[in-house]
Design a protein around this ligand. Sequence first.
Ligand code: GLU
Length: 282
Amino acid sequence: MTGKPYRGRLAPSPTGLLHLGHARTFLIAAKRAAAGTLILRNDDLDTQRSRSEFVQAMLEDIAWLGIHWAEGPQPDGTETGSFGPYAQSRRGSLYTAAFHQLRRTGFLYPCVCSRKDLLAAPHAPHAEDEDEPIYPGTCRERNPQSDEIATWRFRVTDGEEIRFHDALLGPQTFVAGHDFGDFVVMRRDGVPSYQLACVVDDAAMQITEVVRGRDLLRSTARQILLLRALGHPIPAYAHVELMRNEHGERLAKRDAARSLRHLRESGLAPEEVRKMAFTNIP
Ligand code: GLU
């Protein structure tokens, strides 16, 4: 990590309007990248939920906050930077190549469990991250050469500790098989998982520090395993505290009143919204 010019990224998904929680994360990310390069990546992997009007809204709202990025799609419809394309929907061949590499090198196995099987499994999903439940391992011994239609999972080593230092939260340790299980890398319908797309892009875009919400801490542990398996360097990490509403719940894209778009249209200045992003909601 040392010596490499800082490259940070904002990676919003265009599945709704951005809210104050995103503003907080992105303002911190922009500040940390002030002496380096900031990239904006359009995480539109989920084509079912991504919409072009949300792409445009997120670019405009982030720019309105006063954040400027050197690489990625710009609000005027152009794309800058030489690590593109910067939309995940256009990077499929990179994800496929990484999937084949992982499969060839023995990190994956095919899983034919149905959603129903998984829901019936004895492990409950973690509350804080809208995350996959711990996989019970039913298909672990399935033939990895098989050409059956399947979900492909990364086999973790149960009990392995994954440690990293978080620039904002300090030392972190997660235990494979306990904090997360064998996770999905490629869905049955051929769509790569967030975990795979994220590490492929962070590596290809030479990201040196990943700044994102605290809800993704366990994803970071998985991503470290993926990066290692693919032979990529591990970036630095900074996870930002989530913004909560008056009930103590984390903000979600459905909290329309806290959307940057709404706050902006209600007449607030960027400076005021920047301040709100660092206070908890009254
Ligand atoms: N696109 C992801 C999200 O909006 C964030 C990905 C990341 O920062 O790694 O939740």
